[in-house]
Design a protein around this ligand. Structure first.
Ligand SMILES: NC(=O)c1ccc[n+]([C@@H]2O[C@H](COP(=O)([O-])OP(=O)(O)OC[C@H]3O[C@@H](n4cnc5c(N)ncnc54)[C@H](O)[C@@H]3O)[C@@H](O)[C@H]2O)c1
Ligand SMILES: [Zn+2]
Length: 359
């Protein structure tokens, strides 16, 4: 079992990375959560696979569970209300602990419910998608969508611990694995050149979730995210770099009506960002090709054919990170080192979008 620590101004907690659930009871006890009432929140896909075995494992705790319908469509306030009703019925109090068992949707909603029920009760994360294991379960961003707008209502609220069993990826459809790999590749580009080299050398094993290689990728991504979150818990500066590829990606995601997975949009978005980077002379054409080859190897999209450049461009201004009508774009000074660019030229940005929207 590997272990990392998050140290933000508001909290300190461990991230465990392992290949089984055997250490879960010990982790809960170490976090001082012995004897608490527990409530597992999970979705309709994850529940049939993992819920009973986790409940059995936690047999010494008083425990209830709540299952919601899987999917981003559930990530809204109505579902949170249903959670609260369950909490009332179960008489959860300030000492009770929520357990998010599932992907990013489960984690974001459980965290938000924990942040708000009784003005805040503890929660822990057991992420079961690669996206959640390399990204969303770490860092304390929680929330829900509002009328189709992503993550409009939420809170920064840190879990007591994150317990990652990468073997759960064995039941995850490959398309979802690839979406998580897009975020992992992002981490390499913004902060970790060595991880990019590791990807190049080990991509075949990573793709089939070989134990050593996938757990290395998860560990390195959590480590990089922990570093960024430690420096900037509430995204006033450094944390913005995690949005590499996301301003382009979110625009495509919105315009696709959420037909494409978030990670798939991030994949195309990174290609656009890398193209812009090349136009600005900060990284080379061959580095762009390199990125395209890596993403394609994981069957991730590198083009968003059929989208209109001007429409994508205008959509980008709806991004939450847009300030005073200026796009805040995360670009690379060089591979492995990102920064926020506030003054990119509109014509260059459109040329970068053209690159992904045309064959
Ligand atoms: N909080 C953050 O910092 C942050 C960062 C990135 C993304 N997010 C959010 O995360 C969400 C996306 O997360 P996601 O991709 O994990 O989506 P998700 O939670 O919907 O999971 C994807 C699908 O996989 C299924 N699933 C989960 N684990 C499984 C398993 N082990 N075996 C089989 N099926 C399984 C789920 O039921 C779902 O159908 C978005 O809402 C996004 O906004 C949050
Ligand atoms: Zn993302």
């Amino acid at each position: 079992m590997k272990e990392l620590k998050i140290n933000t101004p508001s909290a300190e907690y461990p991230i465990y990375i392992t290949d089984n659930f055997g250490g879960l009871t010990g982790a809960l006890k170490k976090a001082g959560l012995e004897g608490r009432k527990l409530c597992i929140i999970t979705d309709s896909n994850v529940a049939p696979i993992y819920l009973e075995s986790i409940k059995d494992l936690l047999g010494e705790w008083e425990i209830s569970s709540y299952i919601f319908k899987a999917g981003e469509e559930s990530k809204q306030l109505d579902t949170i209300r249903d959670f609260y009703m369950h909490f009332l019925n179960e008489k959860l109090d300030r000492r009770s602990v929520l357990i998010a068992l599932g992907g990013g949707v489960t984690g974001d909603m459980t965290g938000f419910a924990a942040a708000t029920y009784l003005r805040g009760i503890p929660f822990i994360q057991i992420p079961t998608t690669l996206l959640a294991q390399v990204d969303s379960s770490v860092g304390g961003k929680t929330g829900v969508d509002l009328l189709g707008n992503k993550n409009m209502v939420g809170a920064f609220y840190q879990p007591k611990l994150v317990y990652i069993n990468h073997k759960t990826l064995g039941t995850l459809p490959y398309k979802q694995v690839a979406a998580g790999l897009a975020e992992a590749v992002k981490t390499a580009y913004i902060a970790d050149r060595e991880l990019l080299e590791y990807f190049d050398k080990n991509k075949a094993k990573i793709k089939v979730l070989s134990d050593e290689e996938i757990s290395h990728v998860i560990y390195e991504c959590c480590k990089a995210k922990a570093y960024v979150v430690d420096q900037d818990e509430k995204e006033s500066g450094l944390r913005e770099i995690l949005n590499f590829g996301h301003t382009f990606g979110h625009a495509i995601e919105m315009l696709s009506g959420f037909e494409l997975l978030h990670g798939e949009c991030v994949s195309v978005g990174m290609v656009a960002a890398m193209r812009l980077n090349a136009l600005m002379g900060q990284t080379s054409e061959s580095e762009l090709k390199h990125m395209e080859e890596l993403l394609s190897f994981f069957d991730l999209p590198i083009k968003a054919n059929g989208f209109d450049t001007q429409t994508v461009y205008e959509q980008m201004f709806y991004d939450k990170k847009t300030k005073n009508g200026r796009l805040n774009l995360v670009l690379l000074k060089e591979t492995g080192s990102a920064y926020t660019e506030k003054n990119a030229d509109g014509a260059d940005i459109k040329a970068a979008i053209d690159y992904i929207t045309t064959e």
